[in-house]
Design a protein around this ligand. Structure first.
Ligand SMILES: Cc1cc2nc3c(=O)[nH]c(=O)nc-3n(C[C@H](O)[C@H](O)[C@H](O)COP(=O)(O)O)c2cc1C
Length: 357
């Protein structure tokens, strides 16, 4: 367990510990995609983690899927993020912005432009989503043309440049959880007949091109990617070839020398071991629902270099201090995860504020 409290190199940085705040959408941005004023405090409160990965942040208008998520492509958004990164740095933290293009997981009622979602193919995910008018089925997206796929790669590159301008320590490409990048991997969402569909190499191409473009733009040692091999939610089915796609993809990404690979583990242990074998840089592992008693075990065993935690960090601004002192953790309140005010966002008490029983 003590090992997680020691410094570790990730890309160009030495982080003070092996603990990572997992990316979490909080849907509290301004309507123009500028991070809300409270985001500054929220992230600064959690700067004791070795690394903060921000909430999913769209690289372009079309990348937005949910209500009031932030972007990182306009001047106003860059200025807003600069306040967040400055506050995290002032507290000794490190912060990377997660670049999330929702692809087909988007509803026209959720975006200022109200356009149809875009995706590898015109196949609806077959699931409802929360919108400004309550739960609604997600309509079928529009398939990107080949030129538009290339333009989307450029959008990611541009967003990464803007993230650095905003003071971020790097970016994490969201390649997990059924959003655009993973939609390219899955035959259930990608029936393209150009070089971005069909074979494993073709379905992995978009992710590799995005990673290569960003690495070229801001340096591989500030570029990272998150994957969730085997995700089955929201109509994603990677098929029997899924594990082989990840073996290929991770080996190709490894050649780029990225800062880290972040795995949101879905349960395939032998694939995880294969990924570890193919990945030479830092590996961050997130095991959803991991109990507190297990924290540090994956770093201790050498399976992971760092461990990421979501809900426990959301609910405990002083997560690291609580771990070190074996203090009890606050429980996360699911009703305040998305949207709303300071409640369930910046008002979780730290130990020093806790009222003695
Ligand atoms: C409120 C909430 C929002 C989330 N948003 C994102 C996101 O924007 N990007 C992402 O990659 N994962 C997102 N996740 C998944 C988390 O990063 C993490 O993988 C998940 O919560 C499981 O880890 P945990 O059990 O430690 O919370 C979100 C999870 C929660 C609870």
């Amino acid at each position: 367990m003590d090992q997680v409290f020691t410094p570790v190199r990730v890309g160009r940085y030495i982080l003070p510990n092996h603990l990572v705040m997992a990316p979490m959408t909080r849907s509290r941005a301004e309507p123009d995609g500028t991070p809300g004023a409270l985001a500054v405090e929220y992230y600064a409160q959690r700067a004791d983690l070795g690394l903060i990965v921000t909430e999913g942040t769209q690289p372009s208008d079309d990348g937005q899927g949910y209500l009031t998520t932030p972007g990182i492509y306009t001047d106003a958004q860059v200025a807003g993020w600069r306040k967040v990164t400055s506050a995290a740095h002032a507290k000794g933290g490190h912060i990377v912005i997660q670049l999330m293009h929702a692809g087909r997981m988007s509803h026209p009622d959720n975006t200022p432009h109200h356009r149809q979602g875009v995706a590898p193919s015109a196949i609806a995910p077959g699931t409802p989503m929360f919108t400004a008018k309550g739960m609604q089925d997600i309509p079928a997206p529009r398939a990107l043309t080949t030129d538009e796929v290339r333009q989307t790669v450029t959008d990611f590159r541009h967003a990464a440049r803007r993230a650095i301008e905003a003071g971020a320590d790097g970016v994490e490409i969201h390649g997990a959880n059924a959003y655009l990048v993973q939609q390219f991997f899955a035959p259930s969402a990608n029936v393209r007949t150009d070089e971005y569909g069909g074979s494993i190499a073709n379905r992995a191409r978009f992710a590799i091109e995005v990673a290569a473009a960003i690495a070229d733009e801001i340096g591989a040692d500030r570029t990272a990617i998150r994957l969730s091999p085997g995700t089955t939610m929201w109509g994603i089915d990677e098929g029997a070839e899924g594990p082989d796609l990840y073996r290929y993809l991770v080996a190709e990404l490894d050649k780029l020398g990225l800062a880290y690979l972040h795995i949101m583990h879905q349960g395939n242990e032998s694939l995880l071991a294969d990924i570890r074998e193919r990945w030479k840089q830092a590996l961050i592992l997130n095991r959803p629902g991991r109990p507190r008693e297990q924290i540090g075990a994956d770093v201790a065993s050498g399976l992971a270099d760092l461990e990421a935690y979501g809900q426990m960090v959301l609910a405990n601004p002083d997560f690291v201090a609580r771990l070190k002192t074996n203090a009890p953790m606050n429980d996360a309140d699911r009703t305040t995860f998305f949207g709303g005010t300071a409640r369930g966002y910046t008002d979780y008490p730290a130990l020093s504020e806790a009222v003695p029983a």
